[in-house]
Write a protein of this length. Structure first.
Length: 335
């Protein structure tokens, strides 16, 4: 059976470091070091191609990834100022574990259990090292959104959360800055919505609301963007405006938002943040019993304690509100 592999296209950046390296070779030792660097990069590329064979087992794929990463790191040690090995490490790991496109290829590692926080962190670190060494490389633009999403997913309620969110905000803003600034696009709406959500996680409500409003002004905003704006408004004390924004989306918008949440098309960090969205939206549509469940869940989760007082205000008010028959609460995946 013929084995098929992904076509790996590695873009080489013509940077100043390469020129300095090539012109600074003045001894056989320098020549030998360059030859060894080239050999290690070639070794890494060969292992990368092996890692992308569709019919390979998970074990074979991961072993090839390990060999590729090791070879690239050896090359990086030989040429510390060069960012290319780090770009290839990040590109490989992202493709293997996070860049899975079922319409193109299905690698054996394209399952959630392999896309671990450890792998996410390795990709972020590799691309950070690449950018540090080659800040003007045009490929930086290709990794901004990917790195921002990885940093966002690394938020888990620990002391590192602030650093990850700040890094994500920088990447979202950088991606927006790289646009031509002349015409807004659907991609801009997504970037602005993600940036606004990141600002809210950093407790920068004024910036979050302003950025959400920019996202809405782009055109037809996604339901998740509108819901994000509503949550930001509510947390800023504008509860009536928040409810109105949600109701403007109608029951269809509410249903779509819940389905997107269940499918993982939208996600919130840290775990528990999504309960604020579900509490507020259920309250907007009169599902007061369900809203109480989610308000209590948000408070009990302990995430973003700065917003817990506002959640308690909702809960206290709903305790005085009669409850009618309503659908059962949305069951969230605990995995």
């Amino acid at each position: 059976m013929m084995k098929r592999s992904l076509l790996i296209v590695v873009l080489f950046a013509a940077n100043a470091n390469a020129t300095v390296w090539d012109h600074a070779l003045t001894s056989p030792a320098d020549e030998a070091a360059k030859d060894l660097y080239d050999a290690k990069m070639t070794e890494g590329d060969a292992a990368t191609i092996t890692a992308t064979i569709q019919s390979a087992s998970v074990r074979t794929t991961q072993e090839s990834v390990r060999r590729a990463e090791a070879a690239y790191r050896e090359a990086a040690a030989l040429r510390p100022a060069d960012g290319e090995p780090y770009f290839r490490i990040g590109h490989l790991l992202h493709q293997i574990y996070f860049g899975c496109d079922p319409f193109i290829v299905r690698l054996p590692t394209c399952e959630p259990q392999y896309a671990t926080p450890v792998q996410q962190a390795h990709i972020v670190e590799a691309w950070d090292e690449f950018e540090k060494r080659a800040p003007l490389d045009p490929r930086i633009g290709e990794i901004l959104l990917k790195r921002a999403l990885l940093n966002t997913r690394l938020v888990n309620g620990t002391a590192r959360d602030h650093d990850h969110l700040e890094a994500a905000a920088r990447d979202y803003q950088a991606a927006l800055d790289r646009g031509d600034g002349l015409s807004a696009t659907r991609g801009d709406e997504q970037l602005l919505g993600n940036l606004a959500e990141t600002y809210m996680m950093l407790d920068r409500l004024d910036d979050a609301i302003a950025t959400y409003l920019r996202a809405v002004s782009v055109g037809v905003a996604r339901g998740s963007t509108i819901y994000g704006l509503a949550v930001a408004l509510d947390r800023d004390g504008a509860g009536e405006q928040a409810i109105r924004r949600i109701l403007e989306q109608g029951a269809g918008g509410f249903d779509t938002f819940q389905k997107d949440l269940l499918r993982g098309s939208v996600f919130f960090v840290p775990r528990g943040e999504e309960q604020y969205y579900l509490a507020l939206s259920n309250e907007a549509f009169g599902n007061y019993g369900t809203a109480r469940v989610f308000w209590k869940g948000f408070i009990a989760s302990g995430v973003h304690p700065e917003f817990a007082p506002r959640a308690r205000e909702h809960l206290e008010r709903l305790h005085k509100t009669p409850v009618h028959a309503e659908p059962p609460p949305l069951e969230l995946d605990d995995q």
